[in-house]
Design a protein around this ligand. Structure first.
Ligand code: CP
Length: 312
């Protein structure tokens, strides 16, 4: 199990094939089984990793801390505002220094080119804890949750409602790779990343998955197995952009009426944090179809699997 991805980084699903994505999902489920059975799994005892978060986090950071503790890894949490990088030290110098001290870097940052730059300058593994383009640790937790609740991927229909950034892009590649139909309900005029759209199309051709952008929420919801809600905007956007997106996305709020248009056994997923009353109602968050806290728990099991698979 360990060394499965030695020498590689974990930056985005677009860099991974179907077999790798499925391997990590199954490994995550196995770590959940070990956790539930209270089986010790200190497989990386003695390792020390750096965690650099340039954005806020509740789930990713705490899931990482707990996953690392169970694996025997010590995490050194780095605050960018206390480092020389915020006073102009080049990233390539910072990376080469951190590489001498730590067994790996877990990083949440802004542009995807930042994690690619880290990957270029570090010998030890780099794990992406969220960039503008990708949220792959979330993606593995989402796949775990789907497998637990639905028992399969192929043939499922996912209705996604929310912003067209990292989680959406990860979900696009994930669905196209694993044969799930994805209907993205969104207002017109939003431009998804062209490279992600191309890669999604390429993978969808191989699996037969449909990936459809639609302004018609009912079309997206009809017979969906999974309704995935997501914030209408993203961290760091201007007040003006946020106001525009809130208005544009208002017709796509996930309500109990919307859930009734999906299959009767449809599940509701959300990566959290949610803005209750914006992209989703309080009632949906709390309803019996909502699996949001299982999904949040799965962040811990999946980060554990990723650390174990990518570390030496
Ligand atoms: N889903 C997610 O990434 O949550 P945090 O921002 O709290 O880490």
């Amino acid at each position: 199990m360990r060394n499965r991805f030695k020498g590689k980084d974990f930056l985005a699903f677009k860099d991974m094939d179907r077999e790798e994505i499925e391997f990590l999902t199954d490994l995550s489920l196995d770590f959940k089984r070990k956790w539930t059975a209270r089986e010790p799994h200190e497989y990386l005892k003695g390792q020390v990793w750096a965690a650099l978060f340039e954005k806020n986090s509740t789930r990713t950071r705490n899931a990482l801390e707990r996953a690392a503790a169970d694996l025997g890894i010590k995490i050194v949490y780095l605050r960018p505002d206390e480092m020389q990088m915020t006073r102009g030290e080049p990233l390539k110098d910072t990376c080469r220094v951190l590489d001498r001290y730590f067994d790996g870097l877990f990083i949440r940052t802004f542009g995807h080119e930042i994690v690619e730059e880290c990957s270029k300058w570090m010998q030890n593994p780099v794990i992406n804890g969220l960039t503008a383009l990708a949220h792959p640790t979330q993606g593995i937790a989402d796949l775990m949750t789907i497998k637990e609740k639905k028992g399969k991927f192929e043939g499922l229909k996912v209705c996604y409602s929310g912003n067209l950034y990292n989680v959406c892009y990860t979900t696009m590649i994930m669905c196209a790779s694993l044969g799930m139909d994805l209907y993205i309900a969104c207002p017109e005029g939003l431009e998804p990343d062209a490279e992600i759209v191309e890669e999604t199309k390429r993978r969808a051709t191989m699996t037969g998955a449909k990936v459809v952008f639609t302004q018609d929420f009912d079309e997206a919801l009809k017979d969906a197995d999974i309704v995935y809600g997501m914030s209408q905007y993203s961290m760091g956007q201007s007040e003006e952009e946020i106001e525009y997106l809130k208005k544009a996305f208002a017709p796509y709020q996930v309500t109990m009426d919307a859930m009734k248009k999906a299959k009767p056994d449809a599940i509701f997923m959300h990566c959290l944090p949610a803005h209750r009353g914006e992209e989703v109602t309080d009632e949906v968050m709390e309803c019996s179809q909502s699996v949001i806290f299982d999904e949040a728990e799965n962040r811990m099991h999946s980060i554990k699997a990723i650390l174990a698979a990518y570390a030496d």
